[in-house]
Design a protein around this ligand. Structure first.
Ligand SMILES: NC(=O)C1=CN([C@@H]2O[C@H](COP(=O)(O)OP(=O)(O)OC[C@H]3O[C@@H](n4cnc5c(N)ncnc54)[C@H](OP(=O)(O)O)[C@@H]3O)[C@@H](O)[C@H]2O)[C@@H](O)CC1
Ligand SMILES: Nc1ncnc2c1ncn2[C@@H]1O[C@H](COP(=O)(O)OP(=O)(O)OP(=O)(O)O)[C@@H](O)[C@H]1O
Length: 621
């Protein structure tokens, strides 16, 4: 049987890691756990991959996962005999991390995959053909391999050794008789004959060798393709440069010379983060072209070609005045116009999860800021005793005293279909039960694709359990430096190198599965691991508590607007980045204006009073 050319075709490392990030999420694993019909889960996985720019069908994802499981278990089994064997499984560590958390039930399921037993456990009834292809597909990375050696599955663990020394003899023919693989009867017998006189361990080694060889070939070809692409771009840009020079000469000839622009308007590129491989493309672009490339390629297919997490195309840039001017228009484009045709709620219904006995101010600041920025309705889900206090601050807020109730998650979930974004953390506190409820509601909001901003104590939860939001492309983290350090060290298991915030922010975003990160500080660093913006809108020296809540509440609104805008509004830039830039600029502008009036006495309430005019100044003037 011929394998469909697109099925099981080479998966790049980047693509595989993206798949593993999504598939490894706790709720995806839970959804798969013990579920016989799981096509909807893989459909969701494929959609999320698609959001990352990887075009894969649900079936392809399922087959890839299956082959990764098989590789992992074969390597694990081999490692028991020889400690080095796991090196032959490229994603061993990732699989180990994910699968070590699986329940016993699922473990039995995957163990059976590992030893070649029944693979139909999580298949749909209709996918017999898929099953065959899964076997044909084998390790997933080399569907063009000549021999479909994967069709030979022994019914017991394979005694694999690297040096060819097996701990017990194999009897392929008798083994295959006692327990043939589920679909072997419908497959051609050619491969059996061909390999009948080879021991299984040899077969396995041969197969892995071929697999690695195929992978090497792929990288070689990819390298050549990148070089050709680079060359083409360079030629194109030198042509453009020539044309610009010619145009400049023509204009010089017909107009009087104008003074040079002030230095603050000259776009600057920040020193790039060192890479393990030199960045391809973009290297020789003049600054203006570079900026265009940053926008237009933000989520483009070019990313597909990248290998390894430290080898992404570096598109970091600093926003001097000119750069800021280039992002603010994108923010503006996402802001919905005010018209008499709309009804209440259409411009945003924002939910804040937070507010406990100690902290009532933080959720209030976040919720009221969301309203002042332009949301129509703002809900606060807090503990029972915080609710009357928060209500008393403002009649505009809808306050639900449910966060510590017996049915907290169900009570909050009822509102999810009506919410456009969720801000988790302001004033949440760190009590175990509250964090658990927050975690559950994050999981359910993710299933609905709701943008989720995580701040303050929500970040405490993420540091403890990164998988709660890892890889969710509509998640945005807004740590201050302390929270950032906690997250970084939780993810990297090493102290933060505080000399290079940009690099560390990029690393953390990547480790979190390209989540958008807003590292607040003297300048706000905003990155999704591929692109970086810095917001240094002038604020003031006043650092009163609660400014971060203003930021997270307003980001809830900007995120909803950005994600519901057509893609051309953000010119291809990740909507999270645009939204984050809008919210940080606004917060800093409020700080500046409030400080102008109240100087040392400035409080967050004074800043909230400035939202209206700051918004107008930045986005509507
Ligand atoms: N009115 C209200 O109700 C408000 C309530 N809030 C709520 O309070 C809860 C806890 O939030 P949190 O930020 O105080 O807790 P956490 O992260 O443990 O920080 C603790 C320590 O970290 C340090 N630190 C902080 N920033 C830093 C920086 N940039 N760079 C370096 N260090 C920095 C600093 O240490 P220190 O300098 O004091 O030694 C600080 O004391 C949370 O729910 C939040 O929403 C607030 O929103 C405010 C308004
Ligand atoms: N040194 C600074 N200079 C200018 N602006 C700053 C500075 N530090 C923080 N900000 C701004 O203040 C806002 C809130 O950041 P901050 O670090 O105070 O957050 P936070 O500690 O989480 O706040 P909260 O008190 O609400 O918990 C951000 O928009 C950030 O841009």
């Amino acid at each position: 049987m011929l394998v469909n050319a697109t099925r099981g075709f080479l998966w790049s490392d980047l693509e595989t890691r993206a798949l593993l990030n999504i598939w490894g999420e706790h709720d995806v694993q839970t959804a798969l756990d013990g579920n016989f019909r799981n096509s909807h889960v893989y459909r969701d996985v494929a959609n999320r991959l698609c959001e990352l720019g990887f075009d894969r069908t649900p079936d392809q994802c399922r087959i890839r996962v299956k082959s990764l499981k098989r590789q992992y278990f074969q390597a694990k089994e081999g490692s028991r005999k020889n400690g080095q064997y796991h090196k032959m499984c490229k994603f061993y560590d990732e699989m180990e991390r994910i699968l070590s958390n699986r329940s016993l039930f699922e473990r039995q399921d995957i163990d059976s995959v590992a030893v070649g037993g029944d693979e139909t456990m999580d298949e749909d009834a209709e996918s017999t053909e898929l099953l065959q292809e899964a076997h044909m597909d084998g390790m997933g990375e080399c569907s063009f391999m000549e021999h479909p050696v994967k069709t030979e599955y022994p019914p017991c663990p394979i005694p694999v050794t690297v040096g060819g020394m097996s701990s017990f003899p194999t009897k392929p023919s008798s083994l295959s008789k006692t327990n043939p693989p589920a679909s072997s009867s419908s497959r051609p017998r050619r491969s059996k004959k061909r390999f009948a006189n080879m021991s299984l361990e040899k077969l396995m080694e041969k197969f892995l060798e071929q697999s690695m060889e195929a992978e090497d070939n792929f990288y070689r070809l990819e390298q050549q393709r990148l070089q050709a692409e680079d060359k083409r771009r360079e030629e194109e840009h030198s042509r453009e440069l020539q044309m610009l020079q010619m145009l400049g000469q023509i204009f010089n000839g017909i107009s009087t010379p104008s003074p040079a622009p002030p230095p603050s308007c000259i776009p600057q590129t920040i020193p790039t983060v060192p890479l393990t491989r030199p960045p391809c493309g973009n290297r020789n672009h003049p600054p203006a072209l570079n900026e265009f490339a940053s926008h237009s390629q933000a989520a483009g297919p070019g990313l597909l070609m990248e290998e390894g997490e430290t080898q992404f195309i570096e598109r970091s840039f600093s926003l001097g005045t000119a750069r800021m001017d280039s992002v603010i228009p994108l923010v503006r484009k996402t802001i919905p116009p005010l018209t008499s045709k709309k009804h209440k709620g259409q411009d945003g219904r924002i939910g804040i999860i937070g507010g406990c006995q100690e902290y009532t101010g933080a959720p209030f600041f976040a919720a009221i800021s969301a309203l002042k920025v332009g949301a129509d309705l703002s809900h606060v889900f807090c503990t029972k005793d915080a609710a009357p206090v928060i209500k008393s601050y403002s009649p505009e807020l809808i306050v639900h005293p449910v966060l510590d109730g017996p049915n907290a998650v169900e009570e909050m979930e009822k509102w999810l279909p009506r919410l456009h974004s969720l801000v988790v953390g302001p004033g949440l506190g760190r009590e175990e039960m509250l964090l658990k409820n927050a975690k559950e509601i994050i999981k359910r909001a993710k299933l609905r694709g709701i943008p989720i901003i995580i701040d303050a104590d929500g970040l405490w939860l993420v540091a403890k359990e990164p998988s709660v939001i890892q890889g969710y492309q509509r998640g945005i983290l807004t740590p201050n430096f302390m929270e950032f350090t906690r997250l970084y060290e939780a993810m990297h298991h090493e102290p933060l190198d505080s000399t290079d915030h940009k690099r560390s922010a990029q690393q953390l975003s990547i480790a979190m599965g390209h989540l958008t990160l807003v590292l607040k500080g003297e300048e706000d660093i905003i990155t999704d691991g591929k692109n970086m913006l810095t917001c240094s809108q002038e604020g003031s020296g006043r650092r009163c508590g609660g400014q971060g809540d203003l930021l997270s509440g307003s980001l809830g609104v900007f995120a909803h607007w950005a994600f519901s805008s057509p893609p051309d509004a953000t010119k291809g830039m990740n909507p999270s980045l645009v939204a984050a830039f809008g919210a940080t600029s606004l917060t800093r502008q409020c700080n500046r204006q409030a400080f102008h009036k109240h100087s040392r006495s400035t409080t967050t309430s004074d800043m909230i009073q400035e939202i209206s005019s700051a918004f107008k100044k930045l986005f509507e003037s």
